[in-house]
Design a protein around this ligand. Structure first.
Ligand SMILES: Cc1cc2nc3c(=O)[nH]c(=O)nc-3n(C[C@H](O)[C@H](O)[C@H](O)COP(=O)(O)OP(=O)(O)OC[C@H]3O[C@@H](n4cnc5c(N)ncnc54)[C@H](O)[C@@H]3O)c2cc1C
Ligand code: SF4
Length: 560
């Protein structure tokens, strides 16, 4: 059987980057993807209209409730994009009854890079030093200066539109021109800068969407529903960006329908020799071999693969020697903030469907310590002219009703929706369920995770500050947002195989190598030692690119 230079498990955001970097650096690379292929020509449906769908965009509710009871909790799992989310019956997991966790997943070539929200924010040393400063969990083994060149590298390829703001807590990146802010957003930005001495900065969202043509991909035409795919490849996904480059090297072999059950561990060499795969269609068990393995199946799936790699030496799974494998699960928190009406600007409307919102940068625990909680939060949201949606609560019918909705638009509304940092806590964890298995016979995960007092204290503050800021911006009709969003639903799960400086307290070293088997690299969200409050995927991309270059360096030096 052929031995590859590298195997990459998963073809989502992290796996796509690993595949591109390793093939560009000369490695014969096999990508094993559990799901099936995606053909943009037929599977992307961003321009399909509701009236072209059997359920007019409302979805087959019986089928959703039966096959995707968990996935349908995600806004993007609808009649268009439901096919990009897993079948919950085939992919079970368990939770304690009092600790629901919504595990939102995509199982196809491209993973969740097809459906993600594309918001990308760098971390600063406020984030990398947080654990050390607070004496919590363990210190990150890297700092901003180590990752900054890799953020540069990633952003240059991805194409990130955004506005430089010169803030220490949210470093600027290599930006394409920013998308325009709407008039009510510019209004709120100016009011907040004036009211809070420049400390509360509202900027346009930084997003992985092209505002001009870039590396063979076309600028966005503002059609709006990106989670359905993008035939002009204007937003970053594995299918739109990384995998085509990997394929063009001639060194990529992509094998869909390949469910990795575990790694093959060679105790004599203390290395992984390859991976064990179940063919998703035939259920045949197969083995593939390589010199290095990149585990990029998404944070919890990667952890499941490691937990399921049991040997005499590591009965708790590969990477379990520290006792931290599966622990310290984090997501972000969301659902708290406020909505209000911005008076004025009634003669202004917005055109097109800007696939992006605003971002109000973290301001808590940046300069002054907050008495009630650690870390911080940011707000996402934006302004919109209430219009068609008013029709749902109005009486009317037919052409005249439609005309009245067009002629009489509602006022400008504005929302601030908090995204808070979640602290790493040992008791938030995943393990293999002793009984439940997935459709391919692989042990399912048992997930036990809950928010704690620090997150709850942040929520209170988010509602207070969002209300205070809308008030300062002159908003009327301000209503607090206080939703009970459960862990998992922010879809930023991370932390279950954390990086660290010490093999006694961490699963991975500072280059994402498993301490127990250094030719295994875990570069997705599993590696995170804390969560910050920024959307995390750009950090996974930067760490993946960095680790891929490290792997090739070590191979060249004969150390792997
Ligand atoms: C609706 C939505 C909005 C989001 N918005 C944002 C955002 O704005 N910003 C942000 O930073 N993040 C966002 N995210 C999160 C983001 O999508 C994830 O952080 C990111 O995709 C993680 O990348 P990954 O490579 O680790 O995993 P994924 O992209 O999920 O890819 C994992 C891949 O591994 C495959 N796989 C899994 N198990 C196996 C196995 N056993 N064998 C082989 N293959 C396997 C899967 O099929 C999949 O293709 C959002 C997610 C969703 C769903
Ligand atoms: S809004 Fe832009 S990025 Fe999104 S699908 Fe349409 S063209 Fe693509």
């Amino acid at each position: 059987m052929k031995t590859y230079d590298a195997i990459v498990i998963g073809s989502g955001i992290s796996g796509g980057w690993a595949a591109m970097e390793l093939t560009r650096l000369g490695l014969e690379t096999l990508v094993l993807e559990a799901g099936g292929p995606v053909d943009p020509a037929t599977d992307y449906v961003e321009h399909v209209q509701p009236w072209q769908l059997p359920f007019r965009g409302r979805g087959d509710r019986d089928k959703l409730a039966r096959e995707q009871p968990t996935q349908q909790a995600c806004y993007a799992c609808d009649e268009w994009s439901g096919k990009f989310f897993v079948n919950d019956l085939e992919n079970p997991y368990t939770t304690p009854p009092d600790k629901p966790f919504y595990w939102i997943r995509g199982r196809q070539v491209g993973g969740r890079s097809i459906t993600w929200g594309r918001q990308v924010y760098r971390w600063s040393d406020l984030d990398f030093e947080a654990n050390a400063r607070d004496g919590l969990a363990i210190d990150w083994p890297i700092r901003q200066r180590e990752i900054a060149p890799w953020y540069d590298h990633v952003e240059r390829f991805v194409g990130v539109s955004g506005q430089a703001e010169g803030l220490s807590q949210l470093p600027d990146g290599r930006f394409l021109p920013p998308m325009d802010m709407r008039c009510a957003e510019r209004h709120v930005r100016e009011k907040l800068l004036a009211a809070f001495g420049g400390e509360r900065v509202l900027t346009i969202g930084r997003c992985a969407i092209l505002t001009r043509n870039h590396l063979g991909r076309t600028a966005c035409h503002y059609c709006g529903p990106c989670e359905r795919g993008c035939i002009t490849r204007s937003y970053f996904s594995s299918i739109n960006a990384t995998l085509p480059v990997a394929r063009a090297t001639g060194r990529l072999t992509l094998r869909p329908h390949s469910v990795v059950a575990g790694l093959l561990y060679d105790p004599k060499r203390r290395r992984a020799s390859g991976v064990q795969v179940i063919d998703a269609n035939t259920l045949q068990s197969l083995e593939f071999h390589a010199r290095v393995v990149f585990v990029c199946a998404s944070a919890l799936e990667s952890t499941r693969i490691l937990l399921n790699t049991r040997s005499a030496e590591f009965p708790g799974g590969l990477g379990s020697s520290s006792g931290e494998l599966g622990h310290n699960l984090m997501d972000h928190s969301m659902g708290h903030g406020a909505v209000g009406t911005i008076p004025g600007y009634e003669d202004h409307v917005s055109y097109g469907n800007r696939p992006n919102g605003i971002y109000l940068v973290r301001f808590r625990n940046v300069k002054e310590k907050h008495p009630d909680f650690l870390r911080g939060y940011a707000f996402q949201g934006g302004a919109w002219r209430s219009g068609w949606d008013r029709g749902q609560s109005m009486k009317g019918f037919g052409a005249a009703f439609k005309q009245s909705l067009i002629a009489e638009r509602g006022p400008w509304r504005f929302s601030l929706y908090g995204f808070g940092e979640m602290l790493p806590r040992h008791e938030n964890q995943v393990e293999l369920d002793p009984e439940v298995k997935d459709r391919w016979g692989i042990p399912a995960l048992r997930i036990s995770c809950a928010y704690g007092p620090n997150e709850q204290a942040q929520w209170k503050d988010m509602i207070a500050t969002a209300t205070e800021m809308l008030d300062a911006a002159g908003a009327t009709d301000i209503q607090p947002t206080n939703q009970d969003v459960k862990p998992g639903l922010v879809i930023h799960e991370m932390g279950t195989a954390r990086m660290g400086r010490d093999p006694a307290t961490s699963v991975l070293n500072s280059w994402n190598q498993v301490w127990d088997a250094p030719n295994v690299f875990v570069t997705d969200g599993a590696c995170m030692a804390s969560s910050a409050n920024q959307n995390p995927s750009i950090t996974y991309m930067a760490l993946t690119a960095r680790a891929a270059h490290r792997a090739v360096d070590l191979m060249k030096r004969g150390e792997l």
